[in-house]
Design a protein around this ligand. Structure first.
Ligand code: NAP
Length: 244
């Protein structure tokens, strides 16, 4: 029997306490990776790790010191870092008329500063190692622009620019940086949407259904593995054909 696709790989997933991040951690583990599950909610991260395997740790992605520690502790415990998934995210939806500067700053800080810190810290290790893959979770909202999400759409579009710039900086070190743009995925984040809005968005998906977290995780496994060894700076859409 061939060895699992991600055997021996050391992975970190942010925002892994629930939703898509938790499922990414689950599926990476199922493919043989050793996973560090990080979340703002340390108890949720530890509970997920207890169930799925791996290590659960508290980490606020907006905090430079905590992100430095997350990567340093992973390397000191496991000796290397092969995959870093910048998944943590929040929404603070409101129309332009109602959105506050605090709503804007919160979303930009978690998604953009958080992802940038993750990319910086992870690639610092990977470039010395001469191998590694970083996967940034953007959103189709960053491609199309969603009304009520000027903060979130801006942040998710920003992640695409960050991904491409970073990919160009580290490509010659055999380090790859890619982004995934999920469409409408069934998670606690989308469960918070008004049901009528969810139904309307679901009806607009060519495949006529919302996606499952495991369907995003499958794309992460591909970008993490050597199956995608010549792919960097790309944006992979996981949206059932939405906004194709
Ligand atoms: P979710 O269920 O709300 O999970 C997000 C996780 O991130 C939560 O565990 C949350 O912890 C954590 N988090 C929030 N702020 C953090 C911070 N500062 N530091 C560390 N962790 C933090 O959301 P999801 O639906 O799984 O979304 C995961 C990612 O996919 C996000 O980047 C989201 O924007 C993106 N995405 C989702 C969809 C979708 O349809 N669901 C579509 C496109 C893209 P707490 O619960 O403690 O706050």
């Amino acid at each position: 029997m061939s060895s699992p696709l991600l055997a021996g790989k050391i992975a970190v997933v942010t925002g892994a306490g629930q939703g898509i991040g938790r499922e990414i951690a689950h599926v990476l583990g199922a493919h043989g990776a050793t996973v560090v599950l990080a979340d703002l909610d340390a108890d949720a991260a530890r509970a997920a790790a207890a169930e799925l395997g791996g290590t659960g740790v508290g980490c606020d992605v907006t905090d430079e010191g905590q992100m430095e520690r997350l990567v340093a502790d992973t390397v000191s415990e496991h000796g290397r870092l092969d995959l870093f998934v910048n998944n943590a995210g929040i929404t603070r939806d409101a129309s332009l008329k109602k959105m506050t500067v605090a709503d804007f700053d919160a979303v930009i800080t978690v998604h953009l500063r958080g992802t940038w810190l993750g990319v910086r810290e992870a690639t610092a290790v990977m470039r010395e190692q001469k191998s590694g893959s970083v996967v940034n979770i953007s959103s189709l909202s960053g491609k199309s622009g969603n009304p009520g999400q000027t903060n979130y759409s801006a942040a998710k579009a920003g992640i695409v620019g960050l991904t491409k710039a970073a990919a160009k900086e580290v490509a010659h070190h055999n380090v790859r940086v890619n982004a995934i743009q999920p469409g409408l995925i069934r998670t606690p984040m989308t469960a918070a949407m008004p049901p009528a809005v969810f139904a309307e968005r679901e009806a607009a998906v060519p495949m006529k259904r919302a996606g499952e977290p495991a369907e995003v995780a499958g794309a992460v496994v591909f970008l993490a593995s050597d199956l995608s060894s010549y792919i960097t700076g790309t944006v992979l859409e996981v949206g059932g054909g939405r906004y194709m």
